[in-house]
Design a protein around this ligand. Sequence first.
Ligand SMILES: NC(=O)c1ccc[n+]([C@@H]2O[C@H](COP(=O)([O-])OP(=O)(O)OC[C@H]3O[C@@H](n4cnc5c(N)ncnc54)[C@H](OP(=O)(O)O)[C@@H]3O)[C@@H](O)[C@H]2O)c1
Length: 345
Amino acid sequence: MMGYKVAVVGATGNVGREMLNILDERKFPADEVVVLASRRSVGVEVSYGDRTLKVKALEHYDFADVDICLMSAGGAVSKEWSPKIGAAGAVVIDNSSAWRMDPDVPLIVPEVNADATAGFAKKNIIANPNCSTAQLVVALKPLHDKARIKRVVVSTYQSVSGAGKDAMDELFSQTKAVYTNDELINKKFPKRIAFNVIPHIDVFMEDGYTKEEWKMMAETKKILDPKIKLTATCVRVPVFVGHSEAVNVEFEQPITPDEARDILRGAPGCLVIDKHEPGGYVTPYEAAGEDATYISRIREDATVENGLAFWCVSDNLRKGAALNAVQIAEVLINRKLITAKKKAA
Ligand SMILES: NC(=O)c1ccc[n+]([C@@H]2O[C@H](COP(=O)([O-])OP(=O)(O)OC[C@H]3O[C@@H](n4cnc5c(N)ncnc54)[C@H](OP(=O)(O)O)[C@@H]3O)[C@@H](O)[C@H]2O)c1
């Protein structure tokens, strides 16, 4: 059987490199993988399993025989390039926020709304949600199916890798500077991130929320249910990889912590680690490099009629971005929504 030609755009970035790892780990049926980034990176080597691939420039690349384009090069690049790549006949699976709310672009988390993928052909673009939304809806979906969610209050503890490779460098160099008594330089973040937390991710909106908080609200509605009310506070913390979330949910119908634990134990993408003892929960350090959305600390929220509280952790570069994108590509293949193009010999 013929395999697919896959292009990874943003292959030198945090998400792009993880995409290559995941394509290899999952033995994705690719005949050929091409790696693209900006002109700055031409010739840079990135690894794909035990192979080494040389980066080419996006702007000179001809997508005519590409089947699937995994895109993680930021919103501006995606706004410009995704429609062109889609028009050339490749399906673009995009990680930026550029297309998520476009009514002609499905916004997909395969465990939650894989069926919506079918609408991709209008623009040949499929969007991945924000990293914080992805893990949240994986945990909320099975609970929603059981007891109908009315309202969600979520506070996030988001790692610096969610802001790209430069942000990881900034946490590293600031942490070092603290120990060597050197000056701390803030470039990616508005305040120091080393030994600190910053209640501000993405730009401020008119109502006082940040765009990251707005995304969690709007994307949860689009993916899961427009009737769900959600309010978020998004906070950057000095963790390299792994986003954590403290979540309070109010349901229409009663649901006990034991019921929720059982439901989540059987739910796709979820792993419950919930012993009520020291260390009986998951932290981002353990979730890094893993695929699951981990759920811990499940308990009643007695401040509302049918309330639950829980703690949820996942690897933001994997379920929050690269893994989710590859899972979407697998949905396209498994449901026969795409076929490999015939390549010139
Ligand atoms: N990190 C996360 O947890 C996460 C989660 C969900 C979504 N996302 C989204 O995924 C995207 C990438 O994030 P990241 O964390 O991987 O960022 P990153 O580490 O900063 O990497 C950015 C990538 O984009 C490439 N790029 C930049 N300008 C380009 C251009 N003009 N043409 C072609 N390629 C260009 C870069 O190539 P060079 O090396 O050549 O500059 C690099 O490969 C963003 O849209 C981000 O919002 C990230």
